[in-house]
Design a protein around this ligand. Structure first.
Ligand code: DAH
Length: 359
C-alpha cells in the first residue's frame, strides 16, 4: 500500500467514525485547511519535475476529491440526524388540554351573534339557520320578489352557473330573509326566531364586503301588530347597547316582503367628537322591518287571514362597529392577529344578561 492510499484509508475511516459535526470539521481543517496534510501534498506538486507531476498529480487530486466528498456526505448525515432529533423533541400533542392561558380571541362578529342569541332567548326566540347556498325561490320568489322585480338587480347577487336541467337557479344568499321562508315551511306557528348568519353580495368598499353578516327576526302568531315590532326592537336595542336612553324612529319604507315596511333609525349623541348611541341629536339607520306580507305567509302554505307577524333584518357587522367602535369593515375579515388581539373577546367571557351581554 502506498503512503497516499494509507493516508486516504485513514482519513476516510476517521470521517466515517466521526459522530458529531465538530469532529468532522476538525478533520476537514487537518486535511484540507491551509496547512492541512492534503493541502501540503497539493503544494508539493509545484516542486516536482513534469514527469513526477504527471504521475502524482491525478493521485493527489483524487485523494483530495475523495476526502472532500466523504466530509460533505458525513456532514449531511449528521445534520439530518440532528434535525430529526430536534423535531422528535419538539412534538406537540394537539389533543392535550391547553396548560397555558388561551391566546385566541372571540371575533367581534361571533361575540355579537352570541349577544343577540342571549338577548332574544330571553324574549322567547329560538335561533334558526338556513343554507348559505340558496335557491332563487327561497331567496327571492317566496319573499314576493318575482323574476322581473327591480329588487333582484339591487341585490348584486352571486349566481352559480345554470344547472344542466335548468331547474333551480342557485345563488349565495343575499340576505338572511330566506330563513323566514324555511322556518314557516318547517314549523307550525306560533313562530319566534332569529337567524344570524353569513350573507353575500358583489360589493366592496369601506362599508361593504362581499361576505357580511345579518340577523333576521321573525314572529308569526295571531293578532300581532306594529306595536309588538316596535317594543321588541326597542327592548333588543336597549339590551344590546346596554343603555336605557335608546330612542327609535320608524320611517315608512318599502320591502317587497313586508307591508307596511319601516326602516328603523336609532338616535345618537356626539361625545368628544364621536357618535355614541343614545339620545336623539342625530339618527342612524340600523335595520329594516315590517309586517310580513300576506303573500309571503301564503307562499309558505299558511293562511294569512289566520296568521300575521313581523320581521326585521339587521347588519351584524354594523352593529359590532357601532357598539365596539371599529371604523373599517374590511379589517373584520383580514385575519390580522393584532386586530383580533385588540378587538377580540376572551373565549371564557360568555355574554349573559345578568353579567352584561358585552362584558
Ligand atoms: N332583507 C333585507 C335586506 O337585506 C332586510 C330586511 C328588511 C329584512 C325588512 C326583513 C325586513 O325581515 O322585514 O336588505
Amino acid at each position: 500500500m502506498t503512503d497516499l492510499e494509507k493516508m486516504q484509508g485513514d482519513l476516510l475511516g476517521r470521517i466515517a467514525a466521526a459522530d458529531d459535526l465538530d469532529t468532522v470539521e476538525a478533520i476537514r481543517v487537518e486535511a484540507l485547511g491551509k496547512s492541512g496534510s492534503v493541502t501540503a501534498l497539493l503544494k508539493s506538486l509545484g516542486k516536482m519535475t513534469p514527469e513526477e507531476r504527471q504521475a502524482e498529480g491525478p493521485r493527489i487530486h483524487g485523494l483530495r476529491e475523495a476526502v472532500t466528498e466523504a466530509i460533505a456526505r458525513r456532514k449531511a448525515t449528521l445534520e439530518r440526524a440532528a434535525l430529526d432529533a430536534k423535531l422528535a423533541a419538539e412534538t406537540i400533542d394537539m389533543t392535550l388540554p391547553a396548560d397555558t392561558p388561551l391566546s385566541g380571541t372571540v371575533h367581534p362578529v361571533s361575540q355579537v351573534m352570541d349577544e343577540l342569541a342571549e338577548i332574544f332567548a330571553d324574549l322567547g326566540f329560538a335561533v334558526a339557520t338556513g343554507p348559505e347556498i340558496e335557491d332563487d325561490w327561497h331567496n327571492f320568489t317566496a319573499l314576493n320578489i318575482p323574476e322581473s322585480h327591480p329588487a333582484r338587480a339591487m341585490h348584486d347577487t352571486f349566481y352559480f352557473p345554470e344547472a344542466e336541467d335548468g331547474e333551480r337557479k342557485m345563488l349565495l344568499r343575499t340576505h338572511t330573509s330566506p330563513v323566514q321562508i324555511r322556518t314557516m315551511m318547517q314549523h307550525k306557528p306560533p313562530i319566534r326566531i332569529i337567524a344570524p348568519g353569513r350573507t353575500y353580495r358583489s360589493d366592496s368598499d369601506a362599508t361593504h364586503t362581499p361576505m357580511f353578516h345579518q340577523v333576521e327576526g321573525l314572529v308569526i302568531d295571531k293578532g300581532i301588530t306594529l306595536g309588538h315590532l316596535k317594543w321588541t326592537l326597542e327592548t333588543f336595542l336597549k339590551a344590546f347597547f346596554e343603555r336605557d336612553d335608546i330612542v327609535l324612529r320608524l320611517r315608512p319604507s318599502y320591502f317587497p316582503f313586508t307591508e307596511p315596511s319601516a326602516e328603523v333609525d336609532v338616535g345618537f349623541t356626539v361625545e368628544k367628537g364621536k357618535r355614541v348611541i343614545g339620545g336623539s341629536d342625530g339618527w342612524m339607520e340600523v335595520l329594516g322591518s315590517g309586517m310580513v306580507h300576506p303573500k309571503v305567509i301564503a307562499a309558505c302554505g299558511l293562511d294569512p287571514d289566520e296568521w300575521q307577524g313581523f320581521a326585521f333584518g339587521c347588519g351584524i357587522d354594523r352593529l359590532a362597529m357601532l357598539k365596539y367602535g371599529m371604523d373599517d369593515l374590511r379589517a373584520f375579515f383580514d385575519g390580522d392577529l393584532r386586530w383580533l388581539k385588540h378587538y377580540g373577546f376572551s373565549a371564557l367571557d360568555v355574554p349573559t344578561l345578568s353579567g352584561g351581554v358585552g362584558a
